[in-house]
Ligand binder design. Structure first.
Ligand code: FDA
Length: 397
């Protein structure tokens, strides 16, 4: 096996690893970026429905979950969404704002990968694919790294950067190896769980949901103190859509979630007006004038709202409105890492320097991107964390 020396070895050629490689190499260091996959940036390629929601205009620390909500401030504040947008513009990649500040490529997510590869090339970083990490030891204040696969080698380096992501979508190569490396070097890892993921329900609810699978509605969804106004989608497996993915990151087992349909409207007033206008209309039909028809029928059946509007007291209509705008449901679980967009939790930020992402107790060992206990909302925030944390480590090395 060949023996080689680099200044920095980065494990994981995803969003964070590539960003870090660019900046570490630009500073003149010899940088090796390794990945067990066949291609770099596979999650970038499939993200945002193939158009990559690469950042969010409104990105700020409040859009992230972490045991220490202050940790991400430094990196996010020093390499912002505007810095990344400037890079995208430098490469003449056309983009647009879809909704809520979310920026997507006009053409393809592959434009972002090509941009990062081009920057890596200019900076002079070496990329080795189909290469695995077989071992890592602390030696002489640096690291002795054993690589297997196509890039097999014994490598000495001063810095080792863990950028191999979380556990979400194992089919795409997620391994959770980053957490093992952290623990092996004595860093704490907070509890990990699937985030930005559809929620599942018991048989009793599922039968009804299946009947209206495919129905979408704008809702306000809440769990504890977290609230999101976005679209909800009924599926054969439970509830999905951006609103549910967002709230899933805050939901804990056995907690109910609260769904308000028509969150910005006065549903009680609308029902009273409908009763005055035509008392012979059924409650389900009256609801169908303000909600998708199948959803109105489902809610009416599930809550036993039969009869006509004229036959319902004003108080009853107020109760119906309160349920439409405060429907409590209890998920039994989530679809898990199989479909989760991110992993919540990860390398405990207490053990990391927030300016550099270096482990406080192990000189030269860095953790960036999703492997760290910093998780963004849906909407381009997770890539922003990958760019910002990758930049923070890359410029510190
Ligand atoms: P990432 O997972 O990107 O990269 C890790 C790399 O390490 C991979 O290349 C992997 O092959 C490699 N690796 C893993 N284990 C290894 C091992 N044992 N040995 C060697 N290499 C190993 N976010 C967002 O902001 N906007 C969006 O539009 C989307 N869309 C989206 C869609 C889908 C379907 C998913 C699953 C996720 C998203 N995300 C997203 C989330 C986003 O993809 C995620 O937060 C970032 O990719 C995290 O970047 P990292 O570089 O940390 O990990």
């Amino acid at each position: 096996m060949r023996a080689e020396t680099f200044d920095t070895v980065i494990l994981g050629a995803g969003a964070a690893g590539m960003m870090c490689a660019i900046h570490a190499a630009a500073r003149g260091g010899r940088v090796l970026l390794v990945d067990h996959a066949r291609a770099p940036g596979e999650k970038i390629r499939i993200s945002g429905g193939g158009r990559c929601n690469f950042t969010n205009l409104g990105s700020g620390p409040r859009n992230f979950l972490s045991r220490n909500p202050h940790f991400a401030k430094s990196a996010l504040g020093r390499y912002t969404q505007h810095d990344f947008i400037a890079l995208v513009e430098k490469h003449r990649i056309a983009y647009h704002e879809k909704t809520l500040g979310q920026l997507f490529c006009d053409n393809s997510a592959k434009d972002i990968i090509a941009m990062l590869l081009d920057e890596m090339d200019r900076a002079g970083c070496e990329l080795r694919l189909k290469t695995t990490l077989e071992g890592i030891e602390r030696v002489d204040g640096g690291f002795a790294v054993t690589l297997g696969g196509e890039g097999a080698a014994r490598v000495r380096c001063r810095q080792f950067v863990v950028a191999c992501g979380g556990k979400s979508i194992p089919k795409m190569g997620a391994t959770g190896l980053g957490y093992q490396i952290a623990e092996r070097f004595g860093l704490a890892v907070t509890e990990t769980r699937a985030g930005l993921v559809p929620l599942t329900f018991g048989e009793d609810m599922l039968a009804g949901f299946s009947e209206i699978a495919g129905v979408a509605a704008d809702v306000r969804v809440s769990c504890g103190k977290a609230t999101f106004d976005e679209a909800l989608l009924f599926t054969h497996r439970g509830l999905s859509g951006p609103a549910i993915l967002q709230i899933s990151s805050y939901w804990r087992e056995k907690q109910p979630i609260r769904i308000a349909f028509l969150p910005r409207e006065d549903v009680a007033a609308a029902l009273l007006a409908s009763k005055r206008e035509n008392g012979r209309r059924s409650i389900a039909n009256a609801l169908a004038e303000i909600l998708p028809k199948r959803l109105a029928a489902y809610l009416s059946q599930a809550h036993g709202w039969s009869g006509t509007m004229g036959g319902a007291s004003d108080r009853k209509l107020a109760e119906i409105a309160a349920t439409v705008q405060g429907w409590e449901v209890c998920p039994i679980g989530s679809e898990g890492y199989r479909t989760a967009e991110v992993t919540l939790g990860g390398v405990d930020t207490d053990g990391l320097n927030s300016r550099t992402m270096e482990a406080k107790a192990v000189d030269g060992l860095y953790f960036i991107g999703e492997v760290v206990d910093v998780t963004g909302w849906l909407g381009g925030y997770n890539f922003q964390w990958a760019w910002s944390s990758g930049w923070a480590a890359g410029t510190a090395i």
